[in-house]
Ligand binder design. Structure first.
Ligand code: SAM
Ligand code: SF4
Length: 326
C-alpha cells in the first residue's frame, strides 16, 4: 500500500518520539532547567506507540526512526523496540541518540533489532561539547560510538549542527574524521529554535559549509539511496567514510519530504514547522481502529506542501525540538 499526500509525495517515513525528556540540555534545543514534565497520562504508552507504528506501516510507512528527547532515557525501550521490529512490512528501524547511554545500550539495541544509529555530536573538543550540551561529557559519547561499532552496527552517522562562532571552526576536523573512519558525518544547518532569538546569526548555510570543505578537500558527489533523506552526500577522495550536508533553511527539500512525525504526547505533525498538529490520543484511547486509520490518512492528506521559514513576513512555528524529535 502506498500513502500519497495531496502534493503527490509518497509518505513512507515515520519519526516516532518516545519521550520529551533528555539527559542533556543542548543550548539550541532545551532551556537550562529542562522542560516541564508531561503528566503521565499525557505520554503515549508503549502499547499506544506500537499501535501508531503498526497502523502507519499498514498504511505504507516502511521506515521508522525512534527519537526523543533522548530515546535511551525512557525505561523499557529495548522491549518496545523488540516488539516494533516484528511489524510485518517495516523495512528500516533506526534510532537517533545523543550517545551518552550507548556504552551500555548499544548491544541491547542491536539485539532488539535497531538497524542503524545516528549520533548527534556537535564538537570534538570536551570544553566546547560541555558548553553546547550544558555539562555533557564528550568521553561518554565517544565510548558510545565505540560500543556501537563493537555491537556490530553499520558505520554510524554523526550529525553535527553547525553554528557560527560556536563550533563552525571544527568543520574541517569533522570532515577529516571520515578519512580514517567509515562514518558518515552530516553537517546540518542550524534551525530556528525557541532557545535562541539570535538564531539567524548562527546559521551557516549549506553552500558556505560546502565551499569551506572544498577549500581543503577534493569532494566527490555520491548518489543517495532511496529513503536516505534529504542529505546531499560527498566523499573526500580516498576517504573511508562520507560527508552529508542537510539544508533545511537555505535549500528546503520539501518537495521530496517523505515523513510524518509523532511526538511522545501523541501530536502528529506533517511538517516540523507547521502550526497544525493533530492530537491522536483520543483516537488511540476511545476510537475504533478504522477511525485511527482515517485520522492518519487525513494527516498525510493535509501535510503542507512546504515550510515558509525563509519567506519574508511569513509565519511559522518555532519548534521545541526536544518535544518533536528533530
Ligand atoms: N536526543 C537525540 C539527539 O540529540 O540525537 C534525539 C532528539 S534531537 C531533538 C534530534 C536531532 O535534532 C539532533 O541531531 C539535534 O542535533 C537536532 N536539533 C535539535 N535542535 C536543532 C536545531 N535548532 N537546529 C538543527 N538541529 C537541531
Ligand atoms: Fe537532548 Fe537531543 Fe535536544 Fe540535545 S538535541 S537537548 S540531546 S533532545
Amino acid at each position: 500500500m502506498k500513502l500519497i499526500d495531496s502534493h503527490g509525495r509518497r509518505i513512507n517515513y515515520l519519526r516516532l518520539s518516545v519521550t520529551d525528556r533528555c539527559n542533556l540540555r543542548c543550548s539550541y534545543c532545551m532551556p537550562p532547567e529542562g522542560i516541564p514534565r508531561l503528566q503521565h497520562g499525557d505520554m503515549l504508552s508503549y502499547e499506544e506507540l506500537y499501535r501508531v507504528a503498526q497502523e502507519a506501516v499498514s498504511l505504507g510507512v516502511e521506515k521508522i526512526r525512534i527519537t526523543g528527547g533522548e530515546p535511551l532515557v525512557r525505561k523499557g525501550l529495548i522491549g518496545f523496540i523488540e516488539h516494533l521490529a516484528t511489524i510485518p512490512g517495516l523495512k528500516e528501524l533506526v534510532l537517533t541518540t545523543n550517545g551518552i547511554l550507548l556504552r551500555e545500550l548499544a548491544q541491547p539495541l542491536r539485539d532488539a533489532g535497531v538497524q542503524r544509529l545516528n549520533i548527534s555530536l556537535d564538537s570534538m573538543n570536551p570544553a566546547t561539547f560541555s558548553t553546547i550540551t550544558r555539562g555533557g561529557e564528550l568521553a561518554s559519547v565517544l565510548d558510545g560510538i565505540a560500543a556501537a561499532e563493537h555491537a556490530g552496527f553499520p558505520p554510524v552517522k554523526i550529525n553535527m549542527v553547525v553554528m557560527r562562532g560556536v563550533n563552525d571552526h571544527e568543520l574541517l576536523d569533522f570532515a577529516a574524521l571520515t578519512l580514517t573512519k567509515p562514518y558518515t558525518v552530516r553537517f546540518i544547518e542550524y534551525m530556528p529554535t525557541l532557545q535562541d532569538s539570535e538564531w539567524n546569526s548562527h546559521v551557516v548555510e549549506g553552500h558556505e559549509i560546502l565551499s569551506r570543505l572544498e577549500q581543503e578537500f577534493s569532494l566527490l558527489p555520491l548518489v543517495s539511496a532511496e529513503m536516505a533523506g534529504p542529505s546531499r552526500n560527498f566523499k573526500i577522495s580516498g576517504a573511508q567514510g562520507a560527508i552529508g550536508i542537510i539544508t533545511p533553511i537555505s535549500g528546503h527539500f520539501c518537495e521530496s519530504c517523505n515523513r510524518i512525525r509523532v511526538t511522545a504526547s501523541g501530536l502528529v505533525k506533517g511538517c516540523l514547522f507547521a502550526h497544525e498538529a493533530i492530537d491522536i490520543k483520543p483516537y488511540l484511547r476511545n476510537a475504533e481502529d478504522r477511525e485511527l486509520r482515517e485520522i492518519m490518512r487525513r494527516i498525510v492528506r493535509e501535510k503542507p506542501g512546504r515550510h515558509h521559514l525563509v519567506d519574508k513576513d511569513s509565519e511559522y512555528d518555532i519548534v521545541a525540538m526536544s518535544r518533536i524529535g528533530g
